[in-house]
Each structure stands twice: as C-alpha cells, then as structure tokens.
Design a protein around this ligand. Structure first.
Ligand code: PLP
Ligand code: TYF
Length: 396
C-alpha cells in the first residue's frame, strides 16, 4: 500500500529552516521561519514561563485525563485576553476549547465549519499564511481569496477587499488576521475594522479571526481591537488563537478555538459539536503548555513579568523595523523601504524578485522565504550592516 505513494514537497518555510541549519557560513542570517529571536539570535524560554514551570513541577497533582476542552481555567483566561472587558458581556455566548497550537485551533474550526455547512467556502486574504489554504482544503472546505495586500504601494487594497466581501454568500466564512498579518505585516486600521464589522453584520458571513501574534503589534488590547469590534457587531464568529509567539511556547502547542453564538442555547449546542470534533481528531489536548499560561495569568507577579517580556519582544521588533529602513537608506538603496517601518509584527515583504532572493541565499547565506517575506526578528545590531550591504548589492 505504501509503495504506491508519491513524494510530496516539504513546507517551504520549514524546508528553509532545515537548509539554514546546514549552512556553514559564519555570517549566515535566518530571516525565514516566524520565530522570535533576541539580539543574540536565540529564542529563549520566557522567565515567566520558567517560573510557571517550576511551580507546576512542584504542584501538579495528577496526570489523569484532562477533558475534551482541556484546561478550563486556561480557556476562561484566553477569553479574557482575547475579548477584554467584552468577555464578561459576551460570557453566556462564548465557548472555548484549548487546542494543540493555533494550527490545531484552525483545524478544529475547519471541521466545525464543515459540520455547520458542508458546502462552505472560507475566504482568505491574498496572500495569506500558506497553511491556511492547505488546512481548509484538507478539511474538505472550498477556499477562495479576497484582495488584501497591495504589492505595488505596500499598503492595503481596502476598497477591492470590501467590494469582494460584499459578494460573499451567507453561510460562508471570512478569515481575518487580527493583527500582524502573516506574511505582509499590513493590518487594518480602526476605521477599516469598523467597516468590516458592519459589513459582516450586513452581508451575514461568519468571521473567523486568526490571532497568532497578540501583543506583537501595538499592545495586547490594541491588537485585539478589530476582533472585539466584530464580536460586538455580529451574532456569531470563530476565533483561533495561539500562545506560540506571545508566550514563546511554540513546541508546547498551545492555542484555543473559541466560538461566539447568538445566544446561550445555540452556544451550548455549538459547543457540543465543537467538542465532538475535538474527540474525533485527538480526543484531548496536551496539558503542559496551557497549564503554564493559566499559571502565569493567575498570578499578578507572573502576569507582570510576562507583560514586560512581551513588551521587550515588541519593542525590539519595532526598533528593528526602523533600523532596517534607515540602514538600507544609508547604503544608498534607491527603493523606498519606509513601508517596513509602517508595518506590524514579525513579517514584511522586501518586494525583491526571485533571482535577488536566490542571490541573497547563495552568495550571502541570508535566508528569506521565496515570496520575499522576511522575519524582521532575525536582524540584530551585529548583522544589520552585512544584511543592508547584501540587499544593496543584489538590488544594484
Ligand atoms: N496563524 C498564523 C497566521 C500563523 O502565522 C501561525 C504560525 O505561526 C499560526 C496560525 C499557528 O501557530 P501555532 O500552530 O504554532 O500556534
Ligand atoms: O509563517 C511562519 O513562519 C510561522 C511558523 O508549517 C510556521 O507561522 C511556518 C510553517 C509551518 C508552521 C509554522
């Protein structure tokens, strides 16, 4: 049976990560996979996480099964983190299941959508995180795209986006990145979120919010502003969240899938379907990562420490955006890279061509994704000059 299989290509981003590891050039720079790095190029465990883990090691009472929705305290704390003060207002309409990462949340959401409407189409931004498309298609859903990033002007195609979303049939789902759009770094502003929130209500599509970088854009609350506006506007929506980036828990696989229904009764029925989906995929989520998050968010001291560490990551990323813009200008590069400083989160497109991307990798051991997406966090004071020189050279 296995001999009939044809080999499939690996994920290009994860493939790049492997190629970087094998490169022996001492100047190599990894701007590929979306993982935060500090000035030394490391992705350390957060101090708040270490302390929560120490606490957990001492105090964990059992390894018995946890239940389909995972850690209920974690679920409730995630609702507060996502919805802020709206979480109390919406409480009887929201249900949350802890999932294995944001990807697990998206897969659970996809299967849940399939149960609601077998013919549903999920509308995603052009471009979007490549996994979105393969994941929804794997769940048997149709995927269509709506205009989003303006490659030419390095902004948003907002009018085109709205014109397309106006045509979305009721019963379809529109995926929106809450903040720090992956891969473009281009986010909606408050006014634009307002338009989308009103449109969702008017047109009747179901919003699915992917929030994988809360706290990496402006702040925990600011980054959830659009999501909260939508929650105020529509009767129902889905939220897929991830603690991979903001808690640095990548490999622990911590995330959540939340649904908001029109009332408590529909929320209960929907939740029973959501949990049935969970049971059919992995039965129950792993405990460790979510317990760390709930331990941190249950302690004022650890929460404060986490906020400081998150602020530090965000401040570093934003500083690097300015540094990249200034360094490229200082090298006399003709193109305008000021957009990098206006975008959010870890990613931006450099907007250079395939050949230039290949030269960066081959001649300089600078690894960026084939779309020209760079992970800004891979830059440091130590490598910025080398990076800016290399980009200036390939652009000549
Ligand atoms: N959504 C987006 C847009 C992402 O960039 C990521 C990955 O980093 C995820 C979801 C899922 O992250 P994870 O499954 O690692 O929590
Ligand atoms: O886009 C990124 O780089 C992150 C990390 O299969 C990632 O979202 C990339 C690919 C993948 C899983 C995670």
């Amino acid at each position: 049976m296995f001999s009939e299989l044809k080999p499939l290509p690996t994920d290009p981003i994860l493939g790049l990560m492997a190629a970087y590891k094998q490169d022996t050039n001492p100047n190599k720079i990894d701007l590929g996979v979306g993982v935060y790095k500090d000035e030394q190029g490391d992705t350390p465990v957060l101090r708040a996480v270490k302390q929560a883990e120490a606490f957990r090691l001492e105090n964990e009472k059992t390894k018995s099964y946890i239940g389909l929705a995972g850690n209920l305290d974690f679920c409730q704390k995630m609702e507060s983190l996502l919805l802020g003060e709206h979480s109390a207002l919406l409480a009887n309409r929201v249900r949350t299941a802890q999932t294995p990462g944001g990807t697990g949340a998206l897969r659970v959401a996809a299967e849940f959508i399939k149960r609601c409407n077998t013919n549903a189409t999920v509308w995603v931004t052009t471009p979007t995180w490549a996994n979105h498309i393969s994941l929804f298609e794997a769940a048997g859903l149709n995927v269509k795209e709506y205009p989003y990033y303006d490659y030419e002007n390095k902004g948003l195609l907002f009018d085109e986006m709205i014109n397309t979303l106006k045509q979305v049939p009721k019963g379809d789902v529109v995926l929106l990145h809450a903040c720090c759009h992956n891969p473009s770094g281009m986010d909606l502003n408050e006014q634009q979120w307002k338009v989308v929130a009103e449109l969702a209500k008017e047109v009747g599509f179901t919003p699915l919010i992917d929030i994988a970088y809360q706290g990496f854009g402006s702040s925990l609350d600011e980054d959830a502003k659009g999501l909260r506006m939508l929650a105020d506007s529509v009767e129902e929506m889905l939220i897929c969240s991830s603690c991979s980036k903001n808690f640095g828990l990548y490999r622990e696989r911590v995330g959540a899938c939340s649904l908001i229904a029109k009332d408590a009764a529909v929320a209960d029925v929907s939740n029973s379907v959501l949990l049935s989906v969970v049971r059919s995929i992995y039965s129950m989520p792993p405990a460790h990562g979510a317990d760390i998050v709930s331990t941190i968010l249950s302690s004022d001291e650890l929460t404060q420490m986490w906020h400081e560490e998150l602020d530090e990551m965000r401040t570093r990323i934003n500083g690097l955006r300015t540094l990249i813009k200034d360094s490229l200008a200082a090298k006399g590069v003709a193109q305008d890279f000021s957009f990098i400083d206006r975008q959010n989160g870890m990613f931006s497109f450099l907007g250079i061509n395939k050949e230039q991307i290949e030269r960066l990798q081959k001649d300089y051991a600078i690894y960026i994704v084939g779309s020209s997406r760079v992970n800004v966090a891979g830059i440091s004071q130590a490598n910025i000059d080398y990076f800016a020189d290399a980009v200036a050279t390939v652009l000549k």
